[in-house]
Design a protein around this ligand. Structure first.
Ligand code: ADP
Ligand code: MG
Length: 300
């Protein structure tokens, strides 16, 4: 596109809440054949809430909550924020008078899996099944059943292990954005397909995909896996747009022909993207592609 066309489109975009960082993205966006959507915070509202908490060992709910808060309080993940808020409420309910929880030592983030640390003498892991497998924590059939029951309802299970044994779990629900279904079906009508990529488990991903009408699913992956998926689609000759909000999406946002960051997302995602959806509405994925189609047709 000519510099003038880019300027005009950028100005129009800006007034609509679609920040386009350069002419390159604008030129590619009209050719997009597939949109890759992150799940948490992109397709979903990103404000998960805990809907249940259960015990699987001799530790009390208060002990479970104390240790979970100690470890999760250092995590930036939206799931961690939900778990901390809920566990703090439960602590109060069970009579804890203080706001304080024990300090955590050796805190570690396991990207796309969870967090870990030492609370007193105890080793505490908080995260998904993948984290437990990686750390050789066995999962009995009772825990497995709890996980399955929740995942088919699009809920994410946060498992807590203390000294190598599952002590309890939290089930987290994160509703899909109200516009998600409409946007996916509109994209389809424009001849653009969609795929969900997530670090979360398959059952949850399938439940969300069914709810919004996405037919391709790539789950249980890590940030580099998301980027590899984008490259794989490009290798098939497709122009790929990626929409994401998290640090974990930044490699895929960079790899995509058109990276779109949710405005309410992390700074790192916003930096990695070519286009920022300031209003955080998925409708603006369509706005961005539309803008590109219009400005390119005006040029040709
Ligand atoms: P998404 O791709 O959906 O944005 P992530 O890659 O950030 O998800 O995380 C993938 C999964 O890892 C989460 O669904 C959750 O099961 C687990 N996880 C990651 N961080 C945490 C945490 N701090 N606490 C509990 N679970 C976590
Ligand atoms: Mg996300």
């Amino acid at each position: 596109a000519t510099p003038t066309a880019v300027m005009v489109a950028s100005g129009m975009g800006a007034s609509l809440g679609v920040l386009i960082k350069g002419g390159d993205a604008l030129e590619k966006a009209h050719k997009v054949k597939i949109v890759v959507f992150d799940k948490t915070g992109t397709l979903t509202v990103g404000k998960p809430v805990v809907v249940s908490a259960v015990l699987f060992s001799e530790f009390s709910m208060e002990e479970l909550c104390d240790m979970t808060v100690s470890v999760e309080a250092s995590s930036e993940h939206p799931i961690a924020k939900a778990v901390v808020a809920h566990a703090k409420r439960l602590r109060q309910k069970f009579g804890s008078r203080t706001e304080d929880v024990p300090d955590v030592k050796d805190f570690e983030v396991h990207v796309g899996a969870g967090v870990s640390g030492k609370v007193g003498k105890r080793t505490v892991l908080v995260g998904n099944k993948r984290l437990m497998h990686a750390c050789n924590v066995p999962i009995c059939s009772e825990v497995e059943r709890y996980i399955c029951e929740n995942e088919i309802q699009a809920r994410t299970c946060v498992l807590v292990s203390i000294d190598g044994k599952i002590a309890g779990a939290f089930s987290v629900s994160d509703p899909v954005k109200p516009e998600a279904k409409r946007v996916i079906s509109f994209l389809h009508s424009m001849g653009i397909s969609s795929i969900i990529v997530t670090g979360d488990n398959f059952a949850t991903a399938i439940a969300i995909a069914n709810e919004v009408g996405i037919d391709e699913i790539f789950a249980e992956t890590n940030p580099l896996g998301k980027a590899d998926k984008v490259k794989e689609l490009q290798m098939k000759g497709m122009t790929v747009a990626m929409v994401g909000d998290g640090i974990n999406d930044s490699p895929a946002l960079v790899a995509a022909d058109v990276g779109m960051a949710i405005g309410a997302g992390t700074d790192i995602a916003i930096e990695a993207a070519d286009i920022v959806l300031v209003k955080s509405s998925l409708e603006d994925v369509v706005t961005a592609i539309d803008l590109s189609r219009k400005s390119m047709s005006r040029i040709r």
